[in-house]
Write a protein that binds this ligand. Structure first.
Ligand code: EPZ
Length: 432
């Protein structure tokens, strides 16, 4: 087990370069095996969830060549099994994308029931409804989701909620179905659009992604392609919020500013300056920020994946803020950890009422999930004294070299083995 040790109180300054989007990459890797030709994927983040999925597609017979740290060549011609299950894949959410891709290609898939961050109940009924509408029979047995069809036929599907995972999964299966599929009320997140663009680059015929109706004309097969994944808007947003919390001045490079509009608007509202360039955003905070109300919503609303990090910023800000989580019901678990650092936050149902305290102090805290872990790091960077964030393996699911990137912005932050009793002492001696 590893931990981050952070000495807070230093404004972050400089430039940080954002990697490829995790949640796009997961869908794209699953889709890549749908062709029998080589697919080259660029701008792949080197993070745990991605590596688990790459390993799983290799285990079923796809060839995976890591050309460099951020590029992989994948060929699904020799897949010999449609059963995707191992100890690691059971712990990630995106395992379910193998259902859509293998069902589309082979009309049969058996995939481990998805795991992922524990942020509330995460049903998959909309995925199943979509597969069944295309003609598949779906059942859950012995921890596996099994989907099978004699043939897949296009259908008209209305999603009860704009689910990212269900939209991507149904798109993948429908690409190789007979006839037209219409998905109404789909998710519009940038990563959903990116997966569709990737499928289209392989010869799929998907239209309307990013709008309220997606139309897919099934094609006979998909072919090879070379594709570069979009930048990760959540990684970008996390650095923007870290800059704001520490009263810093950070240029966040390699982003699509449009994807970050909801966050940019909130940062400006609470008193930060945000300067927009073609593919970068500069965040400057020169004084204590102010309070606001935030409600998480599907894109283009404020992303649930940025809710914990925003709460950390508001914990320091002046006045009372209200954060409402409308996507996942159990995404405030980190609040008790922030309380150890002196935050004043009360959670009632899906709402957090935050009385900004201006000053927090370092403490030993534990990351309950990926984005909550990032939020604790932000709080630690702005706190007085030393913060230890335990369970960084959650954070590493979604952030590549988080501590290096923070250090390059001037943070005093290191990763250490939790068992190393001298780590804290060594860190103290180093940072003074
Ligand atoms: C994706 O999860 C992301 N994960 C999550 O990112 C992200 O928080 C979430 O979308 C929302 O943006 C991946 O892309 C791998 P959903 P997903 O289906 O697909 C309900 C991160 O930190 N729902 O869009 O699981 C569901 O309960 C993670 O990177 C159903 O009711 O989310 C939720 O309230 C965590 N039935 C809402 O829809 C279903 O069949 C949105 O969930 C599916 C979903």
């Amino acid at each position: 087990m590893e931990q981050y040790i952070i000495k807070g109180g230093k404004p972050l300054a400089g430039e940080v370069c954002i990697g490829g989007a995790k949640n796009a990459a997961l869908g794209i890797l699953a889709a890549a095996v749908m062709a029998d030709e080589t697919v080259t994927i660029e701008n792949l983040p080197d993070i745990r969830d991605i590596n688990v999925l790459l390993q799983a597609i290799q285990e079923i017979g796809a060839t995976v060549e890591r050309v460099d740290r951020h590029t992989a060549k994948i060929n699904g011609a020799n897949i010999h099994s449609v059963i995707v299950d191992n100890d690691y894949i059971r712990r990630i959410r995106a395992s379910y994308y193998m259902l859509g891709s293998l069902l589309g290609k082979y009309k049969h898939a058996q995939v481990a029931f998805p795991g992922g961050c524990n942020i509330g109940s995460r049903p998959i009924d909309q995925h199943i409804k979509g597969f069944e509408a295309l003609g598949a029979q779906v059942q859950i047995q012995h921890g596996l989701i099994q989907a099978e069809a004699a043939k897949l036929t296009g259908s008209h599907i209305y999603l009860d909620c704009a689910s990212v995972g269900a939209t991507i999964n149904i798109m993948m299966a429908a690409c190789l179905a007979d006839g037209q599929t219409i998905i109404e009320n789909p998710a519009k997140e940038p990563h959903v659009v990116d997966v569709a663009n990737f499928l289209n680059s392989m010869g799929a015929n998907i239209k309307g992604v990013g709008t309220d109706v997606i139309r897919i004309r099934g094609v006979e097969k998909l072919h090879g392609s070379t594709y570069s994944i979009i930048p990760d808007q959540i990684e970008a947003g996390t650095f923007m919020l870290a800059a704001a919390a520490t009263k810093g001045d950070v240029l966040v490079k390699n982003v699509i500013p449009k994807h970050l509009e909801a966050l940019t608007a909130k940062l400006i509202e609470i008193g930060a300056e945000v300067e927009q360039f073609d593919d970068a955003l500069r965040v400057v905070a020169t004084r204590r920020l102010s309070h606001t109300h935030v409600k998480t919503l599907p894109y283009p609303g404020f992303p649930t994946d940025m809710q914990p990090q925003m709460t950390s910023v508001l914990a320091y800000s002046e006045g009372t803020s209200i954060v409402t989580e409308s996507i996942f019901e159990n995404r405030f678990k980190y609040v008790d950890e922030l309380a150890r650092m002196g935050a004043s936050i009360k959670v009632e149902g899906n709402t957090a009422i935050i009385d900004g305290v201006g000053r927090m102090t370092g403490a030993i805290v534990s990351a309950p999930d990926l984005r909550a872990g990032a939020a604790l790091v932000i709080a630690g960077l702005a706190a007085e004294g030393i913060t230890v964030v335990e369970q960084v393996e959650y954070i590493e699911r979604g952030y590549e070299e988080f501590e290096r990137k923070m250090r390059e912005l001037g943070a005093a932050m290191e990763k250490a083995d939790s068992e190393d009793e001298k780590a804290l002492l060594k860190f103290r001696l180093k940072v003074g």
